[in-house]
Design a protein around this ligand. Structure first.
Ligand code: SF4
Ligand code: SF4
Length: 445
């Protein structure tokens, strides 16, 4: 049977075998934890605690009342050691709250299960989801409460749980689907109370047969007859919103629109898991599963760590490096961001830490374009990367926009396919950042 998919895309080596069978292990951090105030798309938070304050698991450390934002919560109990500038995973110094862990793991008294949650007004769920700091844990980090509040004239017909995890090397979602199955299904059931006319779809790439089987079984036992588990063709970037919508609903989705405009809401599997946890168990979303992997790591693992834990500690838990890495990425090899240091914290969007040796990083010299067209064939957005990159280098941003550069989803497919090793994705990333900065400047005038 032909499985649903999309136009374009690539088939990079999966390299998931390093951690595919590694059960999630929980880690208790040592000493201090660092919480950057900007961990989501939208308005960054401002600190609401001061040095010396006592905090608990779930205490609000940072907040912003803007609609598109999510609070930053403490993942441990202890004392605020400092509010200061610290290095963060993107390689920038940002305002952070530093908490000294007391090792007691005491939950803040305000955190309790939502009373009568099965019959409660589902609008209370949205408030709880915001208070719990829940964002898109697939890496996009868009605040979930905002996603679940579409304009009233948008009729939601599909509530899609994204378990695709098409990035090579990563297994954090795959393992969660197998180890947190019930909570994912029940989290979806609760979320569907917000959109009673919607159909629930749990989408998983067909290279995760265990997760597909266990979720199909759990859905069948749950009695939810409006939820299906849909295997998808194994092709990168199958998990991107545009590709998911096209594969599952057959609708074309323009990147400038919102999924809700075509009747869809898409939530990552961990996001749905945390929705269950916040409503039913009364727990804030302060941990996350991180796949620490790559051929430089002694014993790759899937680790559940409190947000704020230093990445160096997770690598130590894996036995450290067996060979010196030449490249360390936050995320997978396709969309991950190069890291300057491992002395930075796990944040809401940290899905993986990928440590590559010279052999697997394949650092090759950049050569002149061969006009082979492989980048054009690979681009799932129908762009012409070989035209876009030189436009950015020449600072021709207007032409970059006219050529559709802002539609680039930074998936990395073009760079992966380029035999001349041209930094095509980086070019588009830089172009988009420059255009966005220019638009902001123009709007501020
Ligand atoms: S141009 Fe952008 S969307 Fe197209 S393949 Fe390259 S990174 Fe992906
Ligand atoms: S894949 Fe590389 S070499 Fe081929 S056309 Fe694109 S930029 Fe040029």
């Amino acid at each position: 049977m032909k499985l649903p998919s999309f136009w374009g895309g690539i088939h990079p080596p999966q390299n998931k075998e390093l951690t595919v069978s590694e059960s999630i292990v929980s880690y208790r951090p040592k000493g201090e934890l660092v919480f950057p105030m900007s961990q989501h798309i939208g308005a960054p938070c401002a600190p609401v605690v001061a040095k010396g304050d006592r905090v608990f698991v779930g205490t609000r450390l940072g907040n912003n009342d803007a609609f598109v934002s999510a609070p930053i919560l403490s993942s441990v109990s202890g004392t605020v050691k400092d509010v200061t500038m610290r290095l963060t995973p993107p390689g920038a110094f940002e305002t952070c709250v530093v908490v000294e862990d007391d090792g007691k793991n005491e939950l803040a008294p305000e955190w309790k299960p939502l009373e009568n949650y099965q019959t409660a007004d589902p609008k209370e769920y949205v408030k709880r989801i915001r208070d719990a700091g829940i964002v898109g844990f697939g890496g996009a980090t868009f605040p979930t409460a905002v996603k679940l509040s579409p304009p009233p004239d948008r009729k939601i017909r599909w509530l899609i749980v994204n378990g695709v995890e098409c990035e090579p090397y990563l297994n954090c979602d795959n393992r969660l689907m197998q180890e947190g199955t019930e909570k994912i299904v029940q989290g979806l059931a609760l979320t569907m109370r917000l959109f009673p006319e919607a159909e629930g779809v749990i989408a998983i790439e067909n290279n995760k047969p265990e997760a597909i089987a266990i979720l199909k079984d759990a859905v069948a036992k749950s009695g939810l007859n409006n939820v299906t588990v849909q295997p998808l063709a194994v092709k990168y970037p199958q998990g991107a919103e545009k590709m998911l919508i096209e594969a599952l609903t057959g609708q074309e989705f323009v990147i400038t629109a919102l999924p809700a405009d075509v009747g869809c809401i898409i939530l990552n599997v961990r996001t749905v898991y945390q929705i269950y946890s916040a409503i039913v168990e009364g727990l804030p979303a302060v941990t996350r599963v991180v796949t620490v992997t790559g051929d430089a790591v002694a014993h790759p693992k899937n680790i559940k760590a409190p947000q704020g834990t230093m990445i160096r500690e997770l690598i130590d838990l894996c036995g450290g490096f067996k060979e010196q890495p030449v490249k360390i990425l936050s995320g997978g090899p396709m969309m991950g961001l190069s890291m300057r240091s491992i002395d930075v914290p796990v944040v809401k969007g940290t899905s993986g830490i990928l440590c590559l040796t010279a052999k697997s990083a394949m650092l090759k010299p950049i050569r002149a374009c061969l006009r082979c067209g492989r980048c054009v064939e690979a681009c799932p957005m129908g762009l012409v990367p070989t035209v876009l990159e030189p436009l950015v280098r020449a600072r021709q941003y207007k032409r970059f926009e006219e050529e559709g550069g802002m539609n680039c989803i930074e998936c990395g497919s073009c760079t992966y396919m380029c035999p001349a090793n041209r930094p095509l994705t980086q070019g588009c990333r830089d172009g988009k950042a420059s255009v966005t900065a220019m638009r902001r400047k123009a709007a501020a005038k």
